[in-house]
Design a binder for this molecule. Structure first.
Ligand SMILES: O=P(O)(O)OC[C@H]1O[C@H](O)[C@H](O)[C@@H](O)[C@@H]1O
Length: 555
């Protein structure tokens, strides 16, 4: 790891590293010493450390799954947050091996995205992995109901990954699933990738799990209890992240080389859910288009993960210019993509250590629950009445309607003026968030990236984007519980066509909109600045919104 830090930050890091050394932070992490954090229940959550050595998986059971998976064309993973992001990174970075199924990860209620996967597979042939630690998360429950019907209720092609005693375990037994893999309740979802939650889908796509642990071992020992802090990559990175956040550089901007790009989604959850609480923490910035040096404020920490062999002259030149301009830049070289397990360990240790520096419990997620409760209420009301509570927009065009979940002072009848006022509240150190409850397609991602670049360049603020409901189980924690510096645009749309959920009145499309409304309500309750733009059926869609934002920024 190479660091280029401005002087004040470099000094703070050195002082903190000396303290970490003197006070044996690495050892105390491995021992689960709660005094390292907030004297809460942190000791109950460090099962991910032995899991990184392969101690949580049953290799014989994995071998049996490998035999079962061979020959299937597709495998579909149904899960959210920690149960989907790690598997997605493995699928996108390492990919399925010849003779093994392609892994499709579904962590959504978006009708188009679900229908897209249903169409891409043969439901009478595919293997389904239902993954949920708690076994009671709403999205995998609905997805399970949908694919169970579609797959002809063939339990022989279903696999459950869940903590012992969960509701999902009971359902899997009742429906005679081929396998039930047990997780370790001492591991939180976002730290679970090197337990069965990452390894079961990994094995199903033909990855050599033993080799993955072997390749990870050197990082586990480098981050070990007895390694001096100076040579401990996890502690070193964690101290930098924590000190940077404490100094107002709380937008950790992830700039990976191409081959490692998918890791950002996993990192976002790890960093945001672990540190973004009590008004403090790190706001991860992933997939933001590269900007000119002057478009970045003084609230950034840049981390470049570089896969050996990747070359990107523009990125390299920009990183050099950023460091020369006094921005902090951390470079992490990764020798081969097969070493991805090392990055999981480095960042998990770093995140736990950053939690110690920031002074929070890195293993809870107190604000995720609030959005779930608000959504449940809306969905339950829908299930009872068969319709959603009506709402009145502040302003409407033929393309979209804009709603404010809070009693808002913003009431212009012109959408351009309304969006202008919304973005005008962005101060230095704030960030703009785009929370899109639409299909996570390459086309939608590209339009949102364009909007982000425009806002970033016009206001010199960091921008983040999340697709709903996926981000609710990830960065949503920091948006609601972290620093109150986000200015959010929630984006919803009329589903077309919608998709029914077997046994429920509310369709996937209905649930997705309730999730957006519930989340926007909670954001507003927490004093966050938020507007919701609802894209109308038959209108210009997300592109029309992009034009309206551009016009507002230029007005
Ligand atoms: O694996 P599950 O129990 O279904 O949980 C999935 C996700 O749910 C919640 O939103 C948590 O905040 C996440 O940390 C977790 O990864």
């Amino acid at each position: 790891m190479k660091t280029e830090l401005p002087e004040a930050l470099a000094r703070a890091v050195q002082t903190r590293l000396a303290q970490a050394d003197k006070e044996s932070w690495a050892r105390r992490l491995w021992e689960g010493d709660v005094t390292l954090w907030t004297n809460a229940d942190e000791a109950k959550w460090i099962g991910w450390l032995p899991a990184a050595e392969g101690k949580q998986v049953d290799f014989a059971q994995i071998a049996a799954l490998v035999e079962k998976a061979k020959g299937h064309k597709d495998a579909v993973l149904l899960g959210m947050g920690g149960s989907s992001l790690g598997p997605e990174v493995l699928a996108l970075i390492l990919g399925n091996q010849p003779g093994f199924p392609k892994l499709h990860v579904l962590d959504t209620t978006d009708p188009d995205q679900i229908a897209g996967v249903a169409k891409a597979i043969d439901p009478s042939e595919a293997l389904f992995i239902v993954s949920s630690k708690s076994g009671s998360t709403m999205e995998p429950e609905l997805l399970r109901a949908y694919f169970w019907e579609l797959a002809g209720k063939d339990g022989n092609r279903f696999v459950a990954v869940t903590d012992p005693g969960s509701k999902l375990e009971a359902a899997a037994k009742a429906d005679r699933y081929a396998f039930i893999f047990h997780g370790d309740p001492a591991i939180g979802g976002r730290y679970s990738v090197l337990s069965v939650f990452g390894m079961v889908p990994g094995a199903a796509m033909g990855l050599d799990i033993k080799a993955l642990y072997d390749a990870t071992a050197s990082m586990v020992s480098a981050c070990g209890a007895d390694t001096a802090v100076k040579g401990n990559p996890g502690v070193h990175l964690g101290v930098i992240m924590g000190e940077a956040a404490n100094a107002g550089r709380d937008k950790l901007t992830i700039l990976p080389s191409k081959g490692l790009e998918p890791i950002g989604a996993w990192l976002e959850q790890l960093l945001a859910e672990s540190t973004g609480k009590q008004g403090k923490g790190i706001v991860p910035v992933d997939l933001e288009p590269l900007g000119a040096v002057e478009s970045y404020g003084t609230d950034r920490l840049f981390v470049h993960l570089h896969l050996e062999g990747d070359s990107d002259a523009e990125l390299e030149a920009r990183l050099k210019a950023l460091a020369e301009a006094g921005q902090p830049v951390v470079h992490i070289p990764v020798a081969a993509k097969e070493d991805i397990g090392q990055e999981f360990v480095r960042w998990e240790v770093a995140t736990a250590i950053a939690g110690a520096v920031i002074g929070i419990n890195p293993f809870d997620q107190p604000d995720v629950e609030a959005a779930k409760v608000a959504t449940r209420k809306l969905v339950d009301a829908y299930e009872q009445s068969g319709s959603a509570e009506p709402e009145t927009p502040i302003v409407e065009t033929e393309d979209f309607a804009i709603f404010a979940p809070q009693a808002t002072a913003l009431s212009p009848s012109d959408p351009k003026q309304l969006l202008d006022l919304h973005f005008a509240s962005l101060q230095p150190g704030n960030y703009a968030g785009f929370l899109a409850y639409i299909e996570r397609s390459a086309a939608d991602e590209a339009v949102i990236a364009t909007i982000r670049a425009q806002v970033r360049d016009a206001k010199q603020v960091a921008t983040v984007a999340g697709f709903g409901p996926r981000f609710l189980h990830s960065t949503g924690q920091a948006y609601k519980g972290g620093p109150n510096s986000g200015v959010f645009l929630t984006i919803t749309r009329d589903p077309d066509p919608d998709l029914a959920v077997p046994g429920h009145k509310a369709s996937f499309g209905n649930v997705q909109i309730m999730q957006a409304r519930g989340d926007a309500d909670v954001l507003a309750e927490r004093g966050r600045r938020v507007l919701r733009v609802h894209l109308k059926k038959g209108g210009g869609g997300i592109k029309a919104l992009a034009s309206a934002v551009e016009a507002a920024l230029n007005s």
